[in-house]
Ligand binder design. Structure first.
Ligand SMILES: NC(=O)c1ccc[n+]([C@@H]2O[C@H](COP(=O)([O-])OP(=O)(O)OC[C@H]3O[C@@H](n4cnc5c(N)ncnc54)[C@H](OP(=O)(O)O)[C@@H]3O)[C@@H](O)[C@H]2O)c1
Length: 327
């Protein structure tokens, strides 16, 4: 693969570091009015909620009085996190692996059976892979984890009326989408020769934003809210694992987990109107989803993305059980 020219790398850091690091957060936060977090009586679901940005948002929700249900794979990590939170209503948790669609359906079924309904969904789980990894459902791992499972979750929660009529859905997206134009047929690249980790991640993140636009429109008869947000550059386990060089350069100015979760908590608390049809929220403001001339494509609509996701989900669901269960 061709190496990125040094001049391009320098340009990137000069352009984005002041804004996405803790520096941008500190400068913007001077002008913010902070109201108390009052979430009493609410139920939240937070995916990827045992560490990092998801856990920070979950903690704020619980401390504000919500019953927070955290989702991740490792029950020991979930339990340790739940026990670390001092809150009026204890944090609870369920395990589900978002790289496996069947576990997302099973999760929804468990919530449905429990009779709980959700005020806030924070769809936060996300990872970046360097190499193409095929799941046991024969799909690309980051595509399923970052967008397909998110879409299945939101759609199934809506279909089962588990999301209340005034629920807030917050997708944790990323500035990683900025460099990528949406190509729906490239959302699930399973050919290792064509796979590029940052592009797979960026396309999934752009799809998250577009899908929120789809639901905002479709559910506009209700008082539900659908947002996509970007946490900034946050010093978390996954960033340390997937981008060690980036962390080595920027460690001293990366955001802590609470700063990464700030806009999530702000959106859950304030439920601000969104003026743009498509936007990504960052540091409490809705912002453009395109910053480069090569990424807008008016020929691709949110409906196209949803159609593609629905058709892949249907194809996976129709796989015979032994194939789906194979390791
Ligand atoms: N950190 C940043 O600078 C940054 C920047 C832009 C966007 N984001 C986005 O912010 C979100 C959170 O990132 P983070 O940096 O906070 O990550 P993190 O610290 O690595 O936390 C990941 C969480 O997700 C869970 N998880 C991982 N894989 C999972 C899977 N397959 N199924 C279910 N749960 C899974 C982990 O628990 P288990 O391992 O036990 O499952 C953990 O609770 C992601 O969507 C990421 O793309 C982060």
């Amino acid at each position: 693969m061709a190496k990125t020219p040094l001049s391009k790398i320098i340009k990137f850091y000069v352009r984005f570091t002041p804004s996405y690091s803790a520096i941008g957060y500190h400068l913007r936060s001077i002008f913010w009015k902070n109201r108390p977090n009052k979430f009493e009586g609410q139920t939240w679901l937070v995916t990827g909620g045992s560490e990092g940005i998801g856990a920070a948002a979950a903690r704020k929700g619980a401390e504000g009085g919500a019953h927070v249900i955290c989702i991740a794979r490792d029950p020991a990590k979930l339990q340790a996190f739940a026990q670390s939170v001092q809150s009026p209503v204890p944090v609870t948790y369920l395990t589900a692996d978002f790289s496996k669609t069947r576990e997302v359906y099973a999760l929804v079924e468990k919530i449905r059976e429990s009779g709980q309904r959700l005020d806030v969904l924070i769809d936060n789980v996300g990872i970046q892979k360097h190499q193409m990894v095929l799941t046991d459902e024969k799909m690309e791992f980051s595509f399923v984890t970052n967008i397909l499972s998110h879409h299945i979750l939101v759609k199934s929660l809506l279909d089962n009326k588990i999301l209340k009529d005034d629920a807030t859905v917050i997708e944790v997206a990323s500035g990683g989408m900025y460099n990528h134009r949406m190509v729906v047929d490239d959302l699930n690249i399973t050919d290792p020769a064509r796979y590029m980790g940052p592009r797979a991640y960026g396309l999934a993140k752009r799809a998250q934003v577009m899908v929120m636009g789809y639901w905002r429109e479709k559910q506009s008869h209700l008082n539900q809210r659908f947002y996509a947000m970007h946490p900034g550059w946050v010093d978390t386990a996954s960033v340390n694992r997937s981008m060690p060089r980036f962390v080595a350069i920027l460690k001293s100015v990366l955001r802590d987990h609470d700063k990464g979760a700030d806009t999530i908590v702000y959106l859950a608390r304030e439920r601000p109107p969104q003026h743009r049809k498509e936007a990504i929220w960052f540091d409490r403001k809705e912002r453009n989803t395109h910053i480069y001339a090569h990424t807008p494509d008016p020929a691709v609509s949110p409906e196209d993305v949803v159609r593609k996701l629905d058709s892949i989900a249907a194809a996976v669901a129709s796989q015979p059980e032994p194939v789906r269960q194979a390791a």
